[in-house]
Ligand binder design. Sequence first.
Ligand code: AHR
Length: 501
Amino acid sequence: MGISVQVNEKRIRGLRSPMLYGHFIEHFHRQIYDGIYDPANPLSDEDGMRTDIIEAMRRIKVPILRWPGGCFVSSYHWKDGVGKNRQPFFDKAWRVEDPNTFGTDEYIKMCRKIGCEPYICTNAGTGTAEEMSDWVEYCNLETEGKYAKWRIENGSPRPYQVKYWSIGNENYGFWEIGAKSAEEWGRLVKEAAKMMKHVDPQAQLSAAALSDLDWNINLLKNCGPFLDWISIHEYWDMMPEKNEPATYEQCMAYTDHIGHAVDEVRGMLAAMKLDKKIRIAFDEWNLRSWHHPNVHTVRQGICKEEYITPRDKNDDNSIYTMADAVFTACFLSEMNRNCDIVGMANFAPILNTRGCIYSYPEGIVLRSTYHVFDLYVNYMGDTVVDVWAQDAIPSMQAAGKNGQELTVDTLDLLATTWSDRPGAAVAAVNKHPSEAASIQLSLACEGMNAVIYRLNGESTDSYNDIGRTGVSIRREELGKYHASMEIRLEPHSVNVIQFLP
Ligand code: AHR
């Protein structure tokens, strides 16, 4: 007898924004240069962009792409990256030379090719409120002022209409260039927001925040009226210094209360009566933090072998297993469940490093997490409805990386319908490393065709690499839906069950 699961299509939790499936790309290692921007590669188009990578991004309908950082942005001056005479500059965040050949105009071109909204993160580290608002002028004014005219001179007569702007990156962190105190932050964001809104009142503004009371209270007290979004970031398996991935079981421990930051920020917004005005942009998240030793700490690497070369370890595709897929599905389901206040989430990053796509000169690898986005974007509905298990959910013991022992539910369920057509789609994640589960879904889809899409591999450690497919989506027809239908969920699997007329 399977676990009885009830779906109530009539109890709607919200219409989720497509931007929950957003992404992030930074000037770091091989994300931009030798990544999507590779003019010398035969796979690149006339603008120097990899057509195979762009096609893969289009297949998961990337809705929004945050750029250019991340830590990179906190000492980046956008004016150096437009116009004819591009001069390389030394990127003090990541301690490498940036050729400046990929700037705002190339970024907008890339977004048009992908079919996604641009989302520009501005320099609130060494930058000024004026430099940020000049960037809005360059992108969004028709012809007024020198920056719009400069854009036209650079070959783009029409405004770019960039709707989403973030003021700063993680300026609260000691590691960030131009880090700020809570008081300094409140003042800078207010001045920047004022000027950016004066240039384009349609611009939607976010500012770097975190689930910390002092920082956010000060930010929201000073800038609440100017902000449309509040930006939070989280990585769970922290590997900046040591590239030692957590085990599958440890990753399952991380899925416990995966939405804690959302709960905390929701509470602050509600307490300040801003929860109907400001939404959460979870605009950097990933199970795995990026590996870049001897940069974010007081101990800076002396030679490149200490702080540049180790970044190549992010490219080890064997790290990105079913643990990453299961965690990513649990995160996306949690954001769907909170779609009334979470309006955007950006997987960090989309390409190379810990991304869902890995590129090499001759092609790409779709890592396990790519297929999770494929399932959620292309097979799940836009309307989140109530779902609950009538029976006890099996659990598993899992020890976090700090050794804390947790009891973790092994079943994660999300039910959706479509606002424009009949049917339903349920995402069912079985986190257990070795035991299958069986569910019996009760929903108003009598007689509809039931099809399950199983994302899985042979083991918890399965992964994809060049010439190796260890993780894939398998489609199985389950026949006409009826209430007594039992649906088997393999161990360590991400599943979407569709019920369509
Ligand atoms: O590890 C990458 C960094 O993580 C991003 O640049 C920054 O925003 C976050 O701290």
